[in-house]
Design a binder for this molecule. Structure first.
Ligand SMILES: [Zn+2]
Ligand SMILES: [Zn+2]
Length: 204
């Protein structure tokens, strides 16, 4: 009787034990695969950084010390300074300019390739003004590359589109649309865009 009661339970337990063993084996296998994949990625990263290091060394000017940091894939929006802070202001700057062209009904086709390039050059010139050094620095601070928080600063959109103090173009007296971040002069659409106000004359 006793044997009769025990016999069906023992195989079932053995079966469960075998199942658990198979389960553990599968876990070990997938762990091993995971480690192999990680090693493979590590090898790729090393190859990449070795290649980058070589390129950076080749173009580094004498007397300059360049620290190379390889960002993880997909991390651009967290660690690339312009993605973290700069590009949004750049896009806002361009959008604001396009709005002005529309509002003033000015005869510029901003979709024409030459005008796209011209506008990008002008925006780059404005953003390069020493006035916005802290603005640029801030994007490095916000991405975690420098510890020192830059002092208060104006961003290019705020600065360049506030022409209240000098609402007339200093050349022709027409309605000013922009204040140059270099020379601080107010300019109309014609004298900023058509005549290509590419400025290097910095007035503090
Ligand atoms: Zn003008
Ligand atoms: Zn200027």
């Amino acid at each position: 009787m006793v044997m009769g009661l025990q016999s069906p339970t023992i195989p079932r337990e053995r079966e469960r034990e075998r199942e658990r063993e198979r389960e553990r084996e599968r876990e070990r296998e997938s762990e091993w695969e995971g480690r192999e994949r990680e090693k493979e990625r590590e090898r790729e990263r090393e190859k990449e950084s070795g290649h980058c290091k070589k390129t950076v060394n080749e173009v580094t000017p004498e007397g300059k010390n360049v620290k190379l940091v390889i960002k993880p894939k997909g991390g651009t929006k967290y660690v690339q300074p312009l993605d973290v802070y700069g590009f949004r202001a750049w896009k806002n700057f361009v959008r604001r300019f396009s709005d002005i062209v529309l509002i003033l009904n000015h005869n510029i086709n901003l979709h024409a390739r030459n005008n796209i390039i011209k506008l990008q050059f002008l925006v780059h010139n404005q953003f390069s003004s020493p006035r916005f050094q802290n603005f640029i620095k801030y994007s490095w601070y916000k991405s975690g590359y420098i510890d020192e928080k830059p002092n208060a600063f104006q961003n290019p959109v705020e600065y360049c589109y506030s022409v209240e103090n000098e609402p007339r173009c200093h050349i022709c007296g027409d309605v000013a649309i922009i204040k140059c971040a270099w020379c601080k002069k107010s300019l109309c659409l014609k004298h900023f865009f058509d005549e290509y106000h590419y400025c290097r004359n910095y007035i503090e």
